[in-house]
Design a protein around this ligand. Sequence first.
Ligand code: AMP
Length: 392
Amino acid sequence: MSQGILVINAGSSSIKFAVFGNGDHSEPELRVKGQIEGLAGDPAFQVKNSEGHTIDRHNGWPHGVALSHADALRFILGWLRENMGQTEIVAAGHRVVHGGLVYDQAVRIDAKVIADLDQLAPLAPLHQPHNLAAIRALAEIAPDLPQVACFDTAFHRSQPRVAQLFALPRKLLDSGVRRYGFHGLSYEYIAHKLPEYAPNAKRVVVAHLGSGASMCAIRDGRSVESTMGFTTVDGLPMGTRTGGMDPGVVLYLMQDRGYDVKAIEKLLYKESGLIGLSGVSNDMRDLLCSDDPHAAEAVDVFVYHVLKYTGALTAVLGGLDALVFTAGIGENSPQIRERVCSKLEWLGIRLDEAANAQGGPLISTADSAVPAWVIPTNEESMIALHTRRVLR
Ligand code: AMP
């Protein structure tokens, strides 16, 4: 019997999970990774081994059935018992989007932590309630299993105060209306891995370009600035989110166009970004092979903002020692990396086209003053590492 750590990323319509060994490796050893999608109707379960090969599927639930987080977790735990009986799950680590100002590192979950995280739910209404639903469900199903919360905000708590403040009245700032930053588990993983690639890089900009997209300035392994702020909607335009936008637009839409709060939320989070601009798709792959001029313009806007924020983050760092691309688009799209890097020659980045086409990891030429890298992110591995550390 060996020990395993269960990693859980619970969303509104899916639960992603992974099991890592609880050994001493600096990179926890992945055993299986899977998900149940379609919790709201027609669920589908899939699990892959550490090589990424699908080893089991299940979609035999009655047509139209919905699963609660508790139902889905019971199914996952049942699958693990039946198929990985030789692995004893000794803890669960959860991805939790918001740790507020208090939680600047992963924490063992107890009743007080749950109450604190509940208070933060209004700051991340699309994610936090689902993260908490999974934590509560697992506490009922397996009350003796230690659970650890790993926060997307925690890595950014190192940012200087000036980077965290909005120019708002003090009483609002003091009540928690400030810039938090997200995707922290991804950035922390990159900061943890980067010395293997670029041991001398002190000032680094990381572009986490996925369906959610943000960028982070890292100095000496610590976050000093990020493009996401109070919520996950700030910064870069994303698959379906606006990115940063003049808040006056929201006032105008509410005062003159009849939008209420729910309609604004839908607009900002679900109907904008690449899907809003293109009218074609929220998936960069579809846009890159579309003939529609609006699709091309959506890609132009995305690339433009990556460039704009690279400049801003480089200014914050006072120079740049490495640029890193990660996440779905960053890791898999040579075209987007090429379009970004070709406009950054002024910054000393010279793209190696062949290396870029092959996916790197180094995608800049030997004489590039600033190297550019592709480093796959692994938030689950970071959660397993934190969970292991908290347990010990
Ligand atoms: P993530 O949220 O990190 O899983 O990234 C998912 C997104 O990555 C998808 O929505 C796609 O837009 C994008 N993506 C994945 N593969 C490619 C690719 N080969 N080219 C462009 N975009 C990609």
